[in-house]
Ligand binder design. Structure first.
Ligand code: IDP
Ligand code: MG
Length: 152
């Protein structure tokens, strides 16, 4: 099923100039961009995004980190995009992230693990609405037309 997922390239990824390489991985996989922007995150947005972790010991540090410098928010679309993106991102703790995943290749610390990705259909819908209140762009690609209507 075609899905959309929210991806955040966290401040460490922007500071380390890894934005293009991370986006390229998703494009290489065949996922289509339907939203993309550089965001200076407010405390309110950060606390809303990570509300599920409000009681965790690392919450204050996580909010401080995510608001410390701009991040890149992207919305990607494709078949089973939510699970595909999560598998490409890798485990939360870089010590457990498999080589070949984004975290497994590019991150080493859990507090600076480079990337966020929605973990299910409900969180994806809520996170896309939170980060892209202006909505996403739907548009056809030539490859979609070729696959869906060869010769047509
Ligand atoms: P996820 O990003 O893989 O979905 P979550 O468990 O939802 O992982 O945690 C959200 C974020 O909180 C992680 O990506 C990481 O940046 C941070 N985090 C999680 N656990 C810890 C921890 O034990 N110490 C510091 N930061 C943590
Ligand atoms: Mg999570």
């Amino acid at each position: 099923m075609t899905e959309r997922s929210l991806v955040l390239i966290k401040p460490d990824g922007v500071q380390r100039l890894l934005v293009g390489r991370v986006i390229a991985r998703f494009e290489d996989r065949g996922l289509k961009l339907v939203g993309l922007k550089l965001v200076r995150v407010t405390r309110e947005l950060a606390e809303e995004h990570y509300a599920v972790h409000r009681e965790r010991s690392f919450f204050a540090g996580l909010v401080a980190f995510i608001t410390s410098s701009p991040l890149v928010a992207l919305a990607v679309e494709g078949p089973d995009a939510i699970a595909v993106v999560r598998s490409m991102v890798g485990a939360t703790r870089p010590s457990e992230s498999a080589p070949g995943t984004i975290r497994g290749d590019l991150a080493l610390e859990v507090a600076q693990n480079l990337i966020h990705a929605s973990d299910g259909p409900e969180t994806a819908a809520a996170e896309l609405a939170l980060w892209f209140p202006e909505g996403l762009l739907a548009y056809p690609r030539e490859v979609d037309r070729w696959v869906l209507a060869p010769g047509g």
